[in-house]
Design a protein around this ligand. Structure first.
Ligand SMILES: [Zn+2]
Ligand SMILES: [Zn+2]
Length: 367
């Protein structure tokens, strides 16, 4: 079948929306999904700086949502017409997958970032028949259709606004999962979030829903105003650093901190904002050695990296949609939709911070 998709052909080029070809329908265990919307995540844009590790030409996009139009075999657990949110790929067989920690799958980087499953490559070509990279994050959803392992497709209530749900598969899942799964935040806890982007604001919403007091740190006043609307106490990231202010606002420091920036200065500030035994989670990729200032890890403080919010997508995504229905996780307020044809404008708006979470909509419907 032939359909439209946004193709990235060179690391420095804009996306081109063109016709691509899937040679075969779903194999056993796969489903074909008509994409309703796909969020744009920092990880898509980081491909440009992957120095050749992520193969091109590729169809990116890993926060897809849509409708199942064909199933492969009888064991997918999904049926034609089901509404699904697509999440990251995992093998299902390694020690961490068996232990309900698919974000730490032994094959995570290979499956999601650096080439996908080889057996998928030959089936996906451009309009002239030249091979495209195997599916990105098991999906490649900047497109009208995506062929995905059923393992990565989570069925959702058809009453939900399907075209907006894709970011629940990665960005929003990462922030909310850190709060619910990694930290186990509850009433009486305090959380400081560094960086009020899609991941940070999802953490703010989740922590508020869990009854915690949240502080949001960012250098953009506009982002802080948005965080404040989501019930966070705003703190500007400016010299001499936000730690003292956070400690004053929270009666001596926070129980948890989440860094979404990857900035060494802010990570040290985050550690200084913690109470004794407090925990800092990092979600951004570090591009350099991380210098920790003396004393920042004293008194039982811990620091660890968190991938995909420690989530089992099939458990966390329904929890997030239920919270949205209850008015407690208003993620739609962070989204702006763009027709797929405007993907380069969406990238520009994402890069410049004009929009928190762009969602590409293949048929050009606007939210
Ligand atoms: Zn695995
Ligand atoms: Zn992502």
């Amino acid at each position: 079948m032939r359909f439209g998709a946004a193709v990235l052909r060179a690391y420095e080029d804009p996306f081109t929306v063109e016709e691509v070809v899937l040679a075969e329908g779903p194999a056993e265990g796969e489903v074909l999904v008509r994409i309703a919307g796909c969020g744009m995540c920092r990880t898509d844009l980081a491909v440009r700086r992957s120095a050749g590790r992520s193969p091109l030409p590729a169809v990116l996009g890993h926060e897809g949502s849509g409708v199942v139009v064909e199933t492969g075999g009888t064991g997918t657990g999904l049926g034609v017409g089901d509404h699904v949110v697509l999440s990251f790929d995992s093998c299902g067989h390694c020690r961490n997958c068996l232990g309900a920690a698919p974000a730490y799958c032994d094959s995570f980087a290979a499956l999601n970032l650096f080439g996908g499953r080889r057996e998928h490559a030959a089936r996906f070509t451009d309009g002239a028949g030249a091979a495209l990279a195997p599916r990105w994050f098991g999906q490649s959803s900047f497109a009208e259709y995506a062929l995905v392992p059923a393992r990565n497709a989570v069925r959702v209530d058809p009453a939900l606004p399907l075209e907006l749900l894709g970011p629940l598969g990665c960005g929003f899942l990462t922030g909310a999962g850190a709060v619910f799964n990694s930290f186990g935040v509850g009433p009486g806890d305090t959380l400081a979030v560094f960086g009020a982007g899609a991941v940070g604001l999802a953490a703010v919403m989740a922590a508020h829903a869990a009854g915690a007091v949240t502080v949001a740190v960012d250098r953009h006043p506009g982002r802080l105003a948005l965080a404040e609307r989501l019930h966070a106490l705003p703190v500007l990231a400016a010299p001499p650093g936000p730690a003292d202010r956070i400690r004053r606002l929270t009666g001596g420091g926070v129980t948890y901190a989440l860094d979404t920036t990857g900035s060494a200065a802010l990570i040290n500030d985050a550690l200084r904002s913690l109470r004794p035994t407090g925990r800092l989670g990092l979600v951004a990729r570090l591009h350099d050695t991380l210098p920790l200032e003396t004393g920042t890890l004293d008194r039982g403080r811990t620091i660890s990296h968190i991938c995909e919010g420690d989530a089992v997508p099939g458990l966390l995504i329904p929890r997030l949609t239920a919270l949205w229905q209850a008015g407690l996780f208003p993620f739609d307020q962070l989204i702006r939709t763009y027709p797929l044809a405007d993907i380069n404008k969406a990238e520009h708006d994402c890069d410049t911070g004009r929009v928190v979470k762009p969602v590409l909509v293949p048929d050009g419907r606007r939210h």
